[in-house]
Write a new protein. Structure first.
Length: 231
């Protein structure tokens, strides 16, 4: 060996030991933040859809496409509503105990039947068609048979029933022209005689409907009433 002294041996280098959890994180992907939930999406309403369609159509110059309006499921059809109305009217009609007609008896019974029905009809505010339907419901016996035989001739299929037409056909059958003329003559001959004024007035009103042309003028009516009073 030379005169140089021997080099002292180098001290071993210390290795740094890293924690296991840090080693595991090396090369790992950075943490991803959880997605933030946005507001819940709301379905557009029918009004909003129509507004959008109109706006788009205006921009392109085309007519807007409007979605059809769908009625609520709980709305009954028109036919069901009409049936309910008809059923309710029949119930109200029968509660008022309207008169029936069989086709027998004095001709005046026919006019009394019509008058009784018209009082009920006015109270219920029946339509022309309702009047005919309800009147026919009150026909019994021979009168019911007569109507079944003449119905199709008076109101052919597809024709809306009219009350005045029914009354005319009814009177031609049960209150003949001869009977009407007899009642008119009775009105012309009417005098108070032994009746009270109230009784005379009631009879005058009852018979006057068989001679409407004789009392069209209120003055003529008043004169005839006055002439029939006792002196």
């Amino acid at each position: 060996m030379s005169g140089r002294g021997r080099r002292a041996p180098r001290a071993p280098r210390r290795r740094l030991v890293r924690p296991v959890d840090e080693i595991a994180d090396v090369g790992a992907a950075p943490p991803v933040a959880p997605p933030v939930a946005g507001p819940a999406r709301q379905e557009p309403t029918m009004a909003e859809i129509r507004t959008q369609n109109v706006a788009v159509a205006a921009a392109v110059g085309a007519p807007p496409v409007v979605p059809p309006v769908i009625p609520p499921a709980d709305v009954p059809p028109v036919a069901v509503v009409e049936d309910r109305k008809a059923q309710k009217m029949v119930e109200q009609f029968l509660k008022l105990k309207p008169p029936q007609f069989t086709g027998s008896g004095d001709p005046e019974a026919a006019t009394q039947w019509i008058e009784g029905l018209e009082k009920v009809f006015n109270l219920l505010r029946c339509s022309n068609e309702d009047k005919v339907v309800l009147a026919v419901y009150q026909l019994e016996g021979n009168a019911s048979t007569w109507w079944r035989a003449i119905r199709d001739r008076i109101f052919p299929e597809g024709t809306v029933p009219v009350w005045d037409t029914f009354v005319e056909a009814f009177n031609n059958k049960y209150f003949s022209r001869t009977a009407r003329e007899q009642k008119m003559a009775e009105f012309v001959r009417l005098r108070q005689n032994q009746m009270t004024v109230d009784q005379y007035e009631a009879k005058f009103s009852e018979l006057s409907k068989f001679a409407p042309r004789l009392i069209e003028d209120p003055e003529d009516r008043a004169r005839r009433f006055r002439d029939g009073l006792k002196p």
